[in-house]
Design a protein around this ligand. Structure first.
Ligand code: NI
Length: 434
């Protein structure tokens, strides 16, 4: 082999080595780029998301389950909103207090908001901004909850409930009565006649809007025990048909005219009969002041009472305008009959009811009573225990779902609308006027 051939061979080898070096460098570079991508997606992104929030992810399934399992439970919200700058400055987990109130920071840099949460065995309610409710009421559904000065739920404390009921309408004064109900955020039940609905059909949708209950008082106020069962059937069917065409619903409860009924009539009507325990005698007085005094002095007036009045008389409506603020001042909450039943743990049966007094419930006189506390509220789905005030905490199953919820801000807004927070806000401000 001569010198020239040797040089060419070396040159080839050198080129080969250079090529391998370049390939290796490219492979390393690619590897490094991929590593950076994976690391940033897996580690950096979640951190960024936790601090600043970011786009959608796939926690929808978990969210739905959490909403279904408990819409009233507090959610965790990351410390990231513009309005939360004050919270951001206090970065230690645990309780914090500022001018707005008391709030709780978790170890994962979230805070509780918009629902109940049990911390160290105490039930709190966190409002939408994450502050606990103190020395105040909130209302969720038919239940009221009171929280003491420290924010602890007082399960025994509750508003006594009353159901105002109005028969024989609607009439020319019913709209004025609805004005009073609206003004004081009260609800009532109307046992209406078919012939009167024909006269005043437009008022039924307004009753619905105000959360009032629409009951049947038959078509034309006959004593049902004097009619054939076919006649009884007609009385309710015709009224239901008209109600359905006027406001899209039929009556779920009924009141037999004169409170007169028997088992056959009840069976044929096919609706729970609601009579009363306080008779205002407004039909005989026709005097607002006398109506007012007779109701306030009635023996039956108390938690769970059903009061009978007639909205077809002007003095009755004038009485109600004085009566509602007075009853509220006495601590009463005015609800519909069905709400009263629900709050009393009663599933209305094909039976006749006159009151939901605690004494009647406990004596077994109220059909469909499911037992336990009457209007007492308790709420214990969440167990949340702080071991040392800072680091570790233990959670029951149900909170595991909520843990992932806060990650997606856009979905969280949707969740907030789905739960009862809207109703809560409304009710919450209503409480002030009581
Ligand atoms: Ni009547």
């Amino acid at each position: 082999m001569d010198k020239k051939a040797l040089r060419q061979s070396r040159e080839r080898k050198r080129r080969q080595i250079r090529r391998r070096k370049i390939i290796r460098a490219v492979v390393y570079l690619l590897g490094a780029v991929l590593l950076v991508i994976f690391v940033s997606r897996g580690i950096v992104k979640p951190i960024i998301r936790r601090i600043f929030g970011s786009g959608p992810d796939d926690s929808n399934t978990l969210r739905t389950e959490a909403v279904e399992s408990d819409p009233n439970a507090a959610i965790r919200r990351p410390l990231k909103r513009v309005t939360d700058t004050e919270k951001l400055t206090a970065l230690t987990p645990g309780w914090h207090e500022n001018a707005e109130g008391r709030w709780y920071q978790n170890t994962d840099r979230t805070y509780f908001a918009g629902g109940f949460m049990s911390i160290d065995g105490v039930q709190y309610y966190f409002n939408e901004d994450g502050y606990i409710v103190r020395d105040d009421w909130i209302t969720l559904g038919v239940k009221d909850y009171y929280f003491d000065e420290t924010g602890s739920l007082e399960p025994q404390r509750n508003h006594p409930l009353l159901a105002l009921t109005f028969d024989d309408g609607p009439g020319p004064y019913t709209n004025r009565l609805l004005d009073a109900l609206e003004k004081y955020n009260a609800r009532a039940t109307f046992f209406m006649l078919g012939i009167q609905i024909e006269e005043y059909p437009d008022i039924l949708p307004r009753m619905q809007e105000l959360g009032c209950e629409l009951g049947s008082h038959t078509w034309n106020h006959k004593d049902l025990t004097t009619l054939s069962l076919e006649g009884v059937k007609e009385q309710f069917r015709d009224t239901d048909d008209l109600m359905l065409s006027v406001c899209g619903q039929t009556a779920k409860i009924a009141r037999p005219p004169y409170g007169s009924w028997n088992d056959d009539v009840l069976e044929t009507a096919g609706k729970p009969f609601i009579n009363w325990c306080v008779d205002s005698m407004d039909w005989s007085y026709k005097d607002a002041q006398k109506d007012y005094e007779s109701i306030l002095s009635a023996d039956g007036l108390g938690d769970g009472a059903i009061i009978l009045m007639h909205d077809i008389y002007e003095p009755t409506v004038a009485c109600v305008e004085m009566l509602i603020p007075k009853l509220q001042e006495m601590g009463y909450k005015l609800v519909t009959v069905s709400e009263l039943a629900e709050a009393s743990n009663v599933d209305l049966q094909l039976a006749t009811y006159t009151n939901f007094w605690k004494s009647s419930l406990e004596a077994g006189d109220v059909p469909g009573y499911r037992g336990t506390a009457t209007t007492e509220s308790s709420y214990e789905p969440f167990e949340f225990t702080i071991s040392d005030g800072y680091g570790e905490y233990r959670e029951e199953e149900s909170t595991e779902d909520t843990e992932d919820i806060y990650e997606d801000e856009s979905e969280e807004e949707e969740y907030q609308e789905e739960d009862s927070s809207e109703a809560y806000d409304e009710e919450y401000s209503e409480e002030e006027s009581w």
